[in-house]
Design a protein. Sequence first.
Length: 92
Amino acid sequence: MAQSVNINFRMDADLKRNMEQVCSDMGLTMTAAFTIFAKTVSREKRIPFEVTADPFYSESNMMHLRRGISALNEGKGVAHEIIEVDDEENMV
């Protein structure tokens, strides 16, 4: 059997708690989950899921949102009511 080593890294405390709970719900420890991840990366030579940037957080969108918030705070914007959607088929 290969020698075990410790790996240390930092993450947000809430993220850690949430991951521990999800792992526990699956009958795993975080160590087991990270080991599965490491073995999959080693075997497949890739991250085993798609890593993308959420376009919502693009700089142009964030600037647009800041301008809108600023306008609302200055009383210049128009606030709209929240639109309720009955089911996911209607969401785009």
